[in-house]
Design a protein around this ligand. Structure first.
Ligand code: BGC
Length: 763
């Protein structure tokens, strides 16, 4: 059904806006017959060499002039390398960017040249180009960059996620690229993991809803591109917290927590999946037939393309040590179920695969299965109709069309964690919003950095190169100056590795200027994957020292975290009067934070994760009852800095009543809830309503809370309103010891805010 949708859109789009390029020269008529008949006929015409080429993906760096990881500038194709890869080896897919952005014009030049090489091979099958455009068109100059996934999750607004993904698709496809390595559907259940910020947070339901929205945004819009679900699966929950290190996750827990987001997105029609680079229970996932075939294909019914992650077949013998050489590694990954290998440099995989088939270790029928899927994806993306050529450059969209979506997402993500005085009964004003007068001193290591706002996968892989920043977008200090006026704002730059002398300089400057508030931007500079591994989750010592020193001046501190994961800071938290989490809000993040601070926007972001109080005692909200018991046998062991779902607004909304339509339900029933909400303040508030379930007794120890439903509602000033929600009883299920998804009859309750209501589920 979804597949039909993507094809229909592609064909309408091709017909409306783009004369077909290169079709005449294709050996087969792509417009005739069914897709599978077409794909079969292409497959039949291919030689074994054509087929193993189709299963090979190389990086742009491997066919450019210069070294693969350091191409010569200006970047261009190396005619000899491109001919060898695309014509001699018939490589069917290319990825990424030579580690920097390109203008749409440059992308067109690359893609057109690559497709012209593809036309020189016998089969003429077009090349499938893929990139990581994970929070906007990462590798396109002047692309519109919105919040990273962790910030999108904090909006709890899936229609906004869909809109931003659709906008990314238009910009990426405008460059001639039909395939995106996004979304990440791993869960962020361990903030030590350096890709935490690439996730939608810790909860399976939230990640599923957001993931489906993102897939739909990429694939079902007017100009669709293929989505890739990453990284299948259980990546990001390693024992050490470090990237690509061993995870030990029993199958029951894999199914309970880590599978639902992938299953939901597969059901939504996702066209491809990328494999987890790590090992689970001692088996590298790239060799795990149970996960990649039995579960993914036979049980979940996934029919799309399974692509490896970067260099992961090679790593089977260079890092994981489960294969003795490239050939054995290739055989193991093919037997497990991969279709396309992100090699991404050299022909070790291609040559090994050819040898394996020739010597009979792998059957040609197995190769055909994968090639059929790859050709089908190319067909569904319209590549056979267009020859894979980019759409006309004149049609490249105006970035202003997409700025609104990214700015709104940034705004809705900003989460107010603390606001001293907000709930006090005395006449004292809360710290935020900043009034219309008073001086603000802005400092901190992330206050003057657009890179910090954007995070990794921005312009480059690590996102640290200022050369690729979008011109004209303000960092936080600039944005605050724009909003409050230059006469109210004083700022002082700090680098990430500032020293005691720099702290002294800032303190002196604060003492001289005597501001009303210090806006202190803390957090992290961009990173992803292994470069983001940390030894300690605590906020960096120099940042804590800065908080302490500024606190000594007596000026109130508004802490703003611009970072991809919650760093622990319980020892300096009391020294800050207000605290805001901005995540990695993208190019529009500076202004979004400024709007929240000045008060023109009433903050609506809510944490998509639990913020730990101490670096070594992290628990998620859905922990077990035994994890609440402290050493002294009291039940206060779960004591995070901030709860999952936490976030203040300037006008707080309370749950004043919770009702159910019945006191007992049958298994096939739907529970109808009525949640009465009352806005206690004088501003409209965009409130998040979360419904958590508690299973009193279950055959697998139940979690203290499980999120079963959420919605956002607008509650007017001093208004009371009722939210009606429906929850099928089957949504209270869990995975039992036999790996079955079940609801066990008995006593349950539902909690919304501080109200809980009990009911029974009958046999
Ligand atoms: C990452 C993937 C990414 C791929 C291609 C890998 O290192 O793990 O998430 O899609 O590179 O850039």
């Amino acid at each position: 059904m979804r597949r039909l949708c993507i094809e229909r859109n592609i064909l309408v789009w091709i017909a409306c806006s783009w004369s077909i390029v290169g079709c005449e020269s294709l050996p087969l008529d792509a417009s005739q017959g069914s897709n599978s008949a077409f794909v079969d006929s292409v497959l039949q015409s291919m030689t074994l060499e054509d087929k193993v080429g189709e299963m090979t993906q190389l990086t742009l760096g491997s066919i450019g002039v210069g070294k693969p990881y350091k191409l010569d500038e200006p970047q261009r194709l190396d005619t000899s390398k491109a001919f060898t890869a695309l014509v001699k080896y018939r490589v069917g897919s290319i990825l990424n960017c030579g580690n920097h952005q390109h203008t749409p014009e440059q992308w067109h030049e690359f893609i057109e040249a690559i497709q012209k090489y593809a036309q020189q091979k016998e089969s003429q099958v077009p090349v499938l180009y893929g990139v990581d455009a994970i929070h906007g068109p990462t590798y396109t100059t002047n692309g519109v960059m919105g919040p990273q996934q962790i910030g999108l999750a904090a909006t709890w607004n899936d229609s906004l996620v869909r809109e931003n993904a659709e906008n990314t698709a238009v910009q990426v496809f405008g460059c001639g690229i039909p395939w995106n390595f996004s979304p990440v559907l791993d869960l962020g259940r361990d903030p030590r993991w350096p890709r935490f910020w690439e996730t939608f947070g810790e909860d399976p339901l939230l990640a599923s809803r957001m993931g489906v929205a993102m897939v739909e945004g990429y694939q079902n819009g007017e100009v669709p591109i293929a989505a890739t679900l990453k990284h299948f699966f259980g990546y990001g929950f390693t024992l050490s917290g470090k990237d690509r290190t061993p995870a030990w996750i029993p199958e029951r827990e894999l199914r309970e927590y880590f599978l639902p987001s992938f299953k939901a997105a597969i059901d939504a029609g996702a066209m491809s999946i990328m494999v987890n680079s790590g090992e689970i229970n001692g088996i590298p996932v790239h060799t795990n037939k149970f996960m990649l075939t039995d579960l993914l294909r036979d049980e979940l019914g996934f029919e799309g393309v399974v692509v490896t992650d970067w260099e992961d077949v090679k790593y089977l013998y260079t890092r994981h040590m489960v294969a003795k050489d490239y050939k054995e590694a290739t055989r193991m990954s093919i037997e497990a179920g991969i279709d396309l290998c992100m090699v991404p440099i050299g022909f070790g995989f291609t040559n090994s695969l050819l040898d394996l088939v020739k010597e009979g270790s792998i059957s040609e029928a197995r190769i055909d299965e994968s090639v059929r899927r790859i050709l089908m994806m190319k067909k569904q993306l319209g590549l056979f109709e267009t020859g894979g050529m980019p759409p006309p450059l004149e049609d490249y969209p105006d970035r202003r069309e997409f700025e609104g979506g990214a700015a709104q997402a940034a705004l809705e993500s900003i989460t107010l964690l603390k606001n001293e005085g907000q709930h006090s009964t005395d006449a004292a004003q809360p710290v935020l919003p900043l009034g219309g007068t008073g001086k603000v001193f802005v400092t901190g290591p992330t206050a003057h950095s657009l890179n910090a706002l954007n995070g990794g996968w921005t312009g480059t892989w690590q996102g640290t190169d200022t050369l690729h920043n979008t011109p004209g977008m303000p960092h936080l200090a600039e944005a605050l100056t724009n909003r409050l006026g230059a006469n109210r704002v004083v700022d002082q730059r700090l680098s990430m590795d500032f020293k005691t002398a720099d702290i002294d300089r800032v303190v002196r400057s604060i003492q001289q200027t005597r501001p009303d508030h210090v806006v202190l931007a803390l957090g992290e500079m961009p990173y992803t994957e292994m470069p983001g591994n940390e030894e300690d989750l605590a906020l960096y010592p120099n940042q804590k020292a800065l908080v302490r020193a500024i606190h000594q001046t007596g000026v109130s501190i508004i802490g703003v975290f611009i970072e991809g994961r919650p760093r622990t800071f319980n020892d300096v938290e009391p020294l800050m009067d207000a605290i805001v989490m901005a995540y990695l809000p993208g190019d529009f993040g500076g202004d979004a934070i400024a709007q929240v601070l000045e008060g023109s926007y009433n903050p609506s972001g809510r944490l998509p994760f639990t913020w730990p109080r101490h670096p070594s005692s992290h628990l998620t909200y859905d922990h077990k009852h035994t994890e609440e018991i402290s050493a002294d046998s009291s039940t206060n062991a779960f004591n995070p800095q901030y709860q999952f779902g936490h976030g203040l607004s300037y006008s707080s909304v309370e749950v004043t009543e919770l009702r159910l339509d019945q006191t007992a339900y049958a298994m096939s029933d739907t529970i109808h809830l009525m949640v009465l909400l009352t806005n206690m303040g004088n501003r409209s508030t965009n409130e998040l309503v979360c419904v958590f379930s508690q299973d009193s007794v279950a055959s697998i120890t139940p979690s203290v809370d499980r999120l079963r439903y959420f919605d956002r509602v607008m509650v007017g000033p001093h208004e009371s309103m009722t939210l009606n929600a429906s929850l099928p009883v089957e949504d209270l299920s869990f995975i039992n010891a036999d790996l079955q998804e079940v609801v066990e009859p008995g006593a349950f309750s539902l909690r919304v805010g501080s109200k809980t209501i009990a009911f029974n589920v009958n046999e």
